[in-house]
Design a protein around this ligand. Structure first.
Ligand code: DAT
Ligand code: MG
Length: 151
């Protein structure tokens, strides 16, 4: 089974609104494997690095301030096409364009309060996992339900 890892984060609004459980549940119930998780308050420099590709956008400063506004639940999820499917589970960047049934489509309204982050490509997932986690924080195990999820 070809497998990918993706970086998923519950942003400060998601943590404050009690959405850690519901968001984790969606990934668990779909069949993805939790490989790493921690509640963190990263530095401004760390968040600027995380969003460095957006540094020239008009919303960049506000985005970094928002990400600094409280603890973030950082996670790594693993499984088949985890990056692409992770984005599907999250919904569109702007919650007003997110379908009902997606995380943003069910829990968010404003693009600047869209409750979650997910890597947008396999390469960026690798970079983000490397930025947010140490190697030894990534767990390697076979979940008990594995053979009930993959043929
Ligand atoms: P995504 O988080 O879906 O990968 P992105 O990487 O383009 O989207 O942008 C990162 C975050 O920046 C996004 O989750 C919310 C914020 N953002 C994006 N576009 C925005 C806009 N037009 N106005 C305000 N915030 C925006
Ligand atoms: Mg992005």
């Amino acid at each position: 089974m070809s497998s990918e890892q993706t970086f998923i984060a519950i942003k400060p609004d998601g943590v404050q609104r009690g959405l850690v459980g519901p968001i984790i549940t969606r990934f668990e119930q779909r069949g993805y494997k939790l490989v790493a998780m921690k509640l963190v308050s990263p530095s401004k420099e760390h968040l600027e690095k995380h969003y460095e590709d957006l540094a020239d956008k008009p919303f960049y400063k506000g985005l970094v301030t928002y990400m600094l506004s409280g603890p973030i639940c950082a996670m790594v999820w693993e499984g088949r096409e985890a990056v692409k499917t992770g984005r599907t589970l999250l919904g569109a960047t702007n919650p007003m364009a997110s379908a009902p049934g997606t995380i943003r489509g069910d829990y968010a309204i404003d693009v600047g309060r869209n409750v979650c982050h997910g890597s947008d490509a396999v390469e960026s997932a690798k970079k983000e996992i490397d930025l947010w986690f140490k190697k030894e924080e990534l767990m390697s195990y076979k979940p008990a339900n594995f053979d009930w999820i993959y043929e």
